[in-house]
Design a protein around this ligand. Structure first.
Ligand SMILES: NC(=O)c1ccc[n+]([C@@H]2O[C@H](COP(=O)([O-])OP(=O)(O)OC[C@H]3O[C@@H](n4cnc5c(N)ncnc54)[C@H](O)[C@@H]3O)[C@@H](O)[C@H]2O)c1
Length: 313
C-alpha cells in the first residue's frame, strides 16, 4: 500500500463538525483543500457554515492559499459517500470513548485503505480508541487547540497498533499545511499541552470552590501576568529567566525546597453543582454582555496581532 504524499493531498473529510471540526474545516478550506464534512446532528450543516463564516475574516487577514474558497465545502449526509474521496480524515466527534471506538471502526470500514485517520481527541489515547478497527495501523491522534484555524500547535501520537509510518506521515502533512507539530513517542493522558492546561484549570476551580479567588481574578492573573510571557517563552524558559543570571539552576536550587509544599498538597476540587454554577456565573459576569461571537472575534484579532508582533505570520 502506498499513501499519497502529504503535499499531494487535495481532498479532506472531516467527521464531526462542532467547535473543533468546524475550525478544522475552515482551516483546510483556507489552505485551498476540497473538504467534505459529515455530522449526524440535525442542522449540523448550517451550524458548520456559520462556524466557517465566523472564522473566515481571520483566515482572510492571515492570507488565504491559492484556490481557497468556502464553496469547496460539501456537507454529506452519508458516511460512506463522505469517505469515498478522502485522502486524509480528521475526526472531531464528542469526547466519549465508546462513541469514538464505534465511530473510528465505522470510518475504518468505508475509508480507502491508504488513508490516514486522525482524531482530535483531547485526552484519550489512540490505543484505547482503535480497538474495534480492522486497520488500526492508520489511526493517529492529531490533537489541535481551539481555534484550530489560528492556533498552530498539533500534537501527533499513535497508539499501540498504529504504524510509525502513519504517525510520521501525519506529522509531515500537518507541517505541510502550516501547523507547528509535536510528534510524541509516548501516549500521555492529555498529551503535553492539555496536561499542563488541566493542572492550571484544576487549581483555578479549586480556588473558586474554596472562595480564594473569583473567576475574574483568576483570568486577570494570567492575562496581565504570566500569560503575557508565554507567547514568547514557554514555562521552562520563563523560569530560566526568573533565576536571574543563575538561570534555571539557581531557580530550582533557590525555590525548589519551598515549592515542595504546593507541588504535593494540590488536589482536584469536586465539581459540585454549586461550583459549576459559580464558574458559569463568573464568566457571564466577566463577559459583561459580550456574546460568544464577540469574544471569538476579540480572541481571533488578539491572536493574529500577537503572531504578527512576533513575526510568525
Ligand atoms: N473544544 C476544545 O477546546 C477542544 C480542543 C481540542 C480538541 N477537542 C476535541 O475535539 C473533539 C470535538 O470537540 P468539540 O469541542 O468540537 O465538541 P462539539 O460538541 O462542539 O462538537 C462535536 C460534534 O460532533 C457531532 N457528533 C455527535 N455525535 C457524533 C457521531 N457519532 N459521529 C460524528 N459526529 C458526531 C455533534 O453533532 C457536534 O457537531 C473532542 O474529541 C474534543 O476532545 C476539543
Amino acid at each position: 500500500m502506498t499513501r499519497v504524499a502529504p503535499q499531494d493531498v487535495r481532498h479532506i473529510t472531516c467527521v464531526g463538525a462542532g467547535v473543533i471540526g468546524g475550525g478544522w474545516v475552515a482551516y483546510f478550506l483556507a489552505r485551498g483543500y476540497e473538504v467534505t464534512a459529515w455530522d449526524p446532528a440535525e442542522g449540523a450543516g448550517e451550524r458548520l457554515r456559520a462556524i466557517v463564516d465566523s472564522a473566515w475574516p481571520a483566515l482572510t487577514e492571515l492570507g488565504l492559499s491559492e484556490g481557497a474558497d468556502r464553496a469547496n465545502l460539501t456537507f454529506e449526509p452519508d458516511l460512506a459517500t463522505a469517505m469515498a474521496k478522502a485522502q486524509f480524515v480528521q475526526e472531531s466527534a464528542p469526547e466519549d470513548l465508546d462513541l469514538k471506538i464505534q465511530l473510528l471502526a465505522d470510518i475504518d470500514k468505508v475509508t480507502p485503505l491508504d488513508v490516514v485517520v486522525s482524531s482530535s481527541t483531547s485526552g484519550y489515547g489512540m490505543s484505547e480508541m482503535q480497538v474495534a478497527c480492522a486497520h488500526p495501523d492508520r489511526m493517529v491522534v492529531g490533537h489541535p487547540f481551539n481555534p484550530p484555524y489560528l492556533i498552530p500547535l498539533v500534537e501527533v501520537v499513535g497508539g499501540k497498533q498504529t504504524s510509525p509510518e502513519a504517525v510520521a506521515w501525519t506529522s509531515d502533512f500537518f507541517r505541510h499545511i502550516g501547523k507547528s507539530v509535536i510528534t510524541m513517542d509516548e501516549e500521555v493522558p492529555g498529551f503535553i499541552a492539555n496536561r499542563l492546561q488541566e493542572a492550571l484549570w484544576r487549581e483555578a476551580l479549586h480556588m473558586v470552590a474554596a472562595g480564594e479567588a473569583t473567576v475574574e481574578q483568576i483570568d486577570l492573573s494570567i492575562t496581565d501576568g504570566p500569560g503575557l510571557r508565554w507567547p514568547i517563552h514557554g514555562p521552562m524558559l520563563t523560569f530560566h529567566l526568573a533565576g536571574g543570571q543563575g538561570g534555571m539552576a539557581h531557580m530550582l536550587d533557590h525555590f525548589g525546597p519551598s515549592l515542595k509544599s504546593p507541588w504535593t498538597r494540590l488536589e482536584a476540587a469536586e465539581l459540585t453543582p454549586e461550583l459549576r454554577d459559580a464558574v458559569v456565573e463568573g464568566v457571564d459576569r466577566e463577559a459583561g454582555g459580550r456574546t460568544i461571537n464577540d469574544l471569538i472575534a476579540e480572541r481571533d484579532a488578539g491572536i493574529i496581532a500577537i503572531q504578527r508582533a512576533l513575526g510568525r505570520v
